[in-house]
Design a protein around this ligand. Structure first.
Ligand SMILES: [Zn+2]
Length: 253
């Protein structure tokens, strides 16, 4: 440890309170950042899924369109064949040939009718798919709007918090200088042990501000005197009086 000025207990307490308030602000920044990136990546996943769905609908539309085109071509070919049959029927030699040709013509006409029905059904299906595609496009554009908004928000927060974080880290270092190594060690240890990261707490309503264990009046007077560091017997947190705690405000420019 470097040469350190011998700080009074009160100065150490002030340093600890500052440190706690700065570290709590740093914790809040982390929470703030921690949620938005997840929201953004969830949205990106969702949009990717929507694009995949859109792709499938487009493929189905292409498939149906090809089917319709195929049927239309078949009808055209059928009509050409019918014309050929009609010409042939002008030159038939006997009734057997005539009957056979007539049967072919009937078959061809029936096939064309069936193809027309298939086209009609496929067109109905195509209409539904086009509607689904339109809905899918709208959904994508609305989600993309939300995503862009969230991304901008995130970028803003990152830009803002980066500056704030730097300032806070600087303040944290300054506050640490006024607290001796032994106290810092227990401060860091307690902070790690509790999820809310509180290591220095004020006495509130005659109880520890960390675990709500009652603090007897005698100990409260000791705490108010600032002559020694008092820790909560139940949770081990460093205790301060509310007045000293409230008098310290962390300001960042
Ligand atoms: Zn406690």
């Amino acid at each position: 440890m470097a040469l350190v000025k011998d700080y009074s207990v009160e100065e150490k307490l002030v340093g600890l309170i500052k440190l706690q308030k700065v570290d709590s602000k740093l914790d809040q920044l982390k929470i703030l950042r921690g949620e938005l990136p997840m929201e953004v990546s969830d949205l990106e996943d969702e949009i990717q899924g929507l694009f995949a769905r859109r792709g499938r609908i487009e493929q189905e539309i292409n498939g149906i369109s090809e089917f319709i085109q195929g049927k239309k071509n078949a009808i055209k070919d059928g009509e050409a064949t019918l014309l050929k049959y009609e010409k042939q029927s002008e030159n038939v030699k006997n009734s057997r040939e005539f009957d056979a040709l007539n049967k072919e013509i009937e078959m061809m006409q029936l096939e064309n009718k069936l193809a027309e029905k298939h086209i009609k059904d496929a067109n109905e299906e195509l209409g539904d798919k086009v509607k689904a595609l339109d809905a899918s496009k709208k959904q994508i554009s609305s989600k993309e709007g939300v995503l862009n908004h969230k991304k901008q928000e995130l970028q803003k927060i990152i830009a803002e918090t980066e500056k704030e974080e730097k300032e806070l880290l600087k303040l944290s270092d300054i506050a640490r200088e006024t607290v001796d190594e032994r106290l810092l060690y227990s401060y860091d240890r307690i902070r790690k042990n509790y999820r809310n990261g509180l290591s220095v707490v004020p006495v509130e309503r005659d109880a520890c501000g960390g675990c709500y264990n009652a603090i007897p009046p005698q100990r409260q007077s000791e705490i108010r005197l600032h002559k020694k560091i008092v820790v909560c017997e139940n949770c081990g947190r460093i205790l301060t009086d509310a007045d000293l705690n409230d008098s310290i405000e962390i300001k960042i420019d």
